[in-house]
Ligand binder design. Structure first.
Ligand code: RVK
Ligand code: MG
Ligand code: MG
Length: 317
């Protein structure tokens, strides 16, 4: 039976957090090392016997989801307030993102920091790792999803590749949440239709042809958006009927495992629903004040706000 929409909202947010938390155990390790420890997905998943803690990816995605649930759209000032309220440096942030968030927290000119820390702005994957709630909330309209994703990236990521990475993940989440039967050709055609840069186009065309995990390697496993966004999308497209295989595809690549598994997990969860997440992972996800129970409630709150938005849009026409 296909997952309900509420179940998909839950699957997306919890799928992001679980991918991040499991991937966080292997961040910066090599593919060879991880592959030497675990022979397959089952061994990787069953290695978890205690609590898994999420990182900055989930912490910032929570901020985006809260802001959307409260305001119904991305409003930069409100989003920044939410980022500051959730900011916890110990979760492990990118160094440019930390500089921007520190400025936001201190009431300094964070936009100037975002513009100058890296010339041309950041092309890190920080905007893409947190964007899944935007894809869910605007799943009915790719043009709004693209625009709102851009707005959600801008406080920290001004480089076009950082922004487009977020837009592609949002579109992937939206599409995954919309379809009952996953059609790989339709999925990549949709992403390519909205892809602007030759850099992402080239990677998406490669991703669309991938038949087995070893072919994911050339897409990249790095902290830059261009080295991780299409990788995450391809991890899902390779095994669209399995949440655990999707995040395992990402983790077995090594490198930025928390973020690639977070993005891939959010897409898989949006398609398959929260029941697709293995109990051993769900039950071990941290139960801190903004842990498992809170994320499930937040997903429900986002779902309610989404159904209100759709109802209001229908009444207006
Ligand atoms: C620690 C040169 C650039 C660049 C530019 C590189 C967390 C830098 C999460 C930078 C994610 C890194 C990740 C990350 C998210 C970006 N020129 N190098 N124009 N733009 N870089 O600092 O939020 O793990 O090496 O903006 O995107 O789990 O340090 O942060 O893996 O990309 O960090 O970019 O990072 P930042 P972010
Ligand atoms: Mg992280
Ligand atoms: Mg990371």
């Amino acid at each position: 039976m296909n997952a309900s929409l509420q179940d998909r909202f839950r699957g997306c947010l919890v799928g992001l957090a679980v991918g991040d938390a499991l991937g966080g155990r292997f961040e910066a390790q090599s593919a060879d090392y991880i592959g030497g420890r675990f022979a397959n997905t089952e061994q990787l998943i069953n290695y978890i016997t205690d609590e898994i803690w999420y990182t900055d990816d989930t912490q910032m995605a929570i901020g985006v989801a809260e802001s959307l649930a409260d305001h119904g759209e991305i409003i930069e000032d409100r989003l920044c307030e939410s980022f500051v309220a959730n900011y916890m440096p110990s979760r492990g942030y990118g160094r440019g993102a930390r500089a921007v968030l520190d400025a936001m927290e201190d009431g300094d000119d964070y936009q100037a920091v975002a513009a100058k820390h890296f010339p041309g702005g950041s092309f890190g994957n920080g905007a893409a790792m947190r964007v899944a709630p935007v894809g869910l909330f605007f799943r009915d309209d790719p043009h709004i999803a693209l625009d709102q994703s851009r707005l959600s990236a801008l406080p920290t990521h001004l480089h076009p590749l950082g922004i487009e990475g977020a837009q592609l993940v949002a579109l992937a989440v939206a599409h995954a949440s919309n379809v009952e039967q996953f059609d790989r050709d339709a999925f990549f055609a949709h992403l390519l239709e909205h892809c602007k840069s030759s850099e992402y186009r080239c990677k998406l065309e490669t991703a669309a042809q991938i038949q087995e995990p070893s072919e994911l390697v050339p897409l990249g496993n790095g902290i830059e958006a261009l080295e991780s966004v299409t990788t995450a999308i391809a991890c899902f497209a390779l095994t669209p009927r399995s949440y655990e295989d999707t995040i395992a595809n990402a983790i077995f690549l090594g490198g930025d495992t928390d973020t690639i598994a977070a993005m891939a997990g959010s897409i898989a969860g949006a398609h398959l629903g929260v029941r697709s997440i293995p109990d051993v992972l769900l039950n071990n996800l941290e139960e801190s004040p903004k842990g498992r129970s809170y994320i499930l409630e937040l997903a429900d709150r986002l779902h309610s706000a989404y159904t209100n938005r759709i109802a209001n849009a229908t009444n207006d026409t």
